[in-house]
Ligand binder design. Structure first.
Ligand code: FE2
Ligand code: FE2
Length: 151
């Protein structure tokens, strides 16, 4: 089993603890949008993006600190599975880029995969907030428009 399959198998069980807005179905929607965005961009590391998508909301027990907590779970899972340390660092960075309050505090996403995860998450967000001005890619604004029409 590859690292993605292992991560999926592990995370799916963890997501059962979350409410419906942050369950596995949310991960699948974010993944679909993230891959759509990635296909139009160059130099995207799909494995890193995929791992960050899988883990980004994995511990939602404390909404305010869910990014920090989820990142810790991802890190220990990846370490247990001997994933390269420098790549674990990147997965963490991508995950940290997905929340608006951390972006306001620490600045824009450093990695392209972080920008993709931010946009994909907001396009599939359950909140009423208007994210259109915060999205990194113009393609995301198109997708956000479509997701609103479908609702
Ligand atoms: Fe989140
Ligand atoms: Fe999310």
């Amino acid at each position: 089993m590859g690292i993605i399959e292992k991560a999926e198998e592990f995370a799916k069980k963890e997501y059962l603890k979350n409410g419906p807005a942050h369950g596995w179905a949310h991960v699948e929607k974010v993944r679909k949008t993230a891959f759509k965005l990635a296909s139009g961009l160059e130099g995207v590391d799909l494995e890193l993006l995929h791992l960050a998508v899988i883990f980004h909301d994995v511990d939602y027990s404390d909404p305010k600190f869910h990014t920090e907590n989820s990142t810790r779970i991802a890190e220990s899972f990846l370490m247990r599975n001997s994933y390269p340390e420098d790549r674990i660092g990147k997965v963490k960075s991508i995950m940290f880029s997905h929340t608006t309050h951390l972006r306001e505090k620490f600045g824009e996403a450093e990695l392209v995969e972080g920008k993709i995860l931010y946009d994909a998450d907001k396009i599939n967000a359950s909140s009423e907030r208007d994210y259109s001005k915060l999205l990194y890619f113009s393609k995301s604004r198109e997708l956000l428009g479509k997701s609103r029409v479908q609702e």
